[in-house]
Ligand binder design. Structure first.
Ligand code: CDP
Ligand code: CDP
Length: 227
């Protein structure tokens, strides 16, 4: 597929619909760059929390330090890692204390402006698949191929709970469910680039699908776009 035309593919939807897993696989198949935009908001959240010794979020203080945030992606042993000011923070950004605050940080307009500009820059040569919340609406409104994944919150919570249990993260199903509900609400209700399906995005309910099925379905649509 390497000789086909390069396009921009966007993959939006609420947490734990399989966006990153599917995007990662598609990027390998297509030879495209994959950017998990949520990891950028997570890295910024880590930065914000580290400004306070007790890890209390202070948005007014945080916005003064935005110019000191430098986020990069690098492939190490075939694995994409995210770096915050040259430090590999790929694991730490998944910690519960970051997950609990990320949607409060992601609604800060000054941060969104900074990260959206960086995301646009990643896409300037096309050949990119980016997943997030506002990628098809705000970051790449002209993308050739847009998807919006959905599933009931209970299904998503169960999947995230299983994933975290395997990783040894000590959270109950109820804690995961409450966090997803809270983030769904904050992400859809915020004024600045809320989580929303782009009018031209293809919506896929992945509630009853395996990851393999969802991947195949998206790949079929994409192949029709890049012939
Ligand atoms: O991996 P998970 O589905 O838990 O979430 P994520 O993709 O890592 O995103 C973490 C949070 O970042 C989301 O809940 C949103 O608050 C925010 N986010 C955003 O506002 N805009 C994006 N394009 C991506 C993520
Ligand atoms: O990036 P996003 O938060 O949308 O989801 P993810 O981190 O790729 O997937 C969340 C979890 O759900 C992972 O453990 C996936 O393996 C699982 N999943 C699944 O089992 N079946 C699906 N159809 C979608 C996701």
């Amino acid at each position: 597929m390497a000789n086909r035309k390069k396009i921009i593919i966007t993959l939006d939807g609420p947490a734990s619909t399989g966006k990153s897993s599917i995007a990662k696989r598609l990027s390998n198949t297509l030879g495209y760059i994959h950017i998990d935009s949520g990891s950028m908001y997570r890295a910024a959240t880590l930065f914000a929390l580290r400004l306070d010794p007790e890890r209390i979020l202070r948005p007014n203080v945080f916005v003064k330090y935005l110019s000191e945030i430098n986020i990069d992606f690098k492939k190490i042993n075939e694995e994409q890692k995210i770096f915050l000011n040259n430090e590999d923070v790929s694991h730490e950004i998944r910690e519960t204390y970051v997950t609990n605050e990320v949607s409060n940080v992601a609604k800060i307009p000054e941060l969104r402006l900074l990260l959206v500009n960086k995301q646009k820059e990643f896409g300037k040569n096309k050949g990119i698949i980016m997943d997030g919340r506002d990628i098809g609406t705000i970051v790449f409104p002209n993308a050739e191929c847009k998807f919006f994944l959905s599933a009931k919150v209970e299904v998503r919570a169960k999947r995230r709970y299983l994933e975290q249990s395997k990783q040894g993260i000590n959270q109950t199903y109820k804690m995961v469910l409450d966090n997803l509900k809270m983030r769904d609400k904050l992400d859809t209700k915020r004024v600045n680039s809320p989580l929303k399906k782009a009018v031209d995005a293809i919506e896929i309910d992945v509630g009853n699908m395996t990851l393999d099925d969802a991947y195949e379905k998206l790949l079929t649509y994409i192949k029709n776009q890049i012939v």
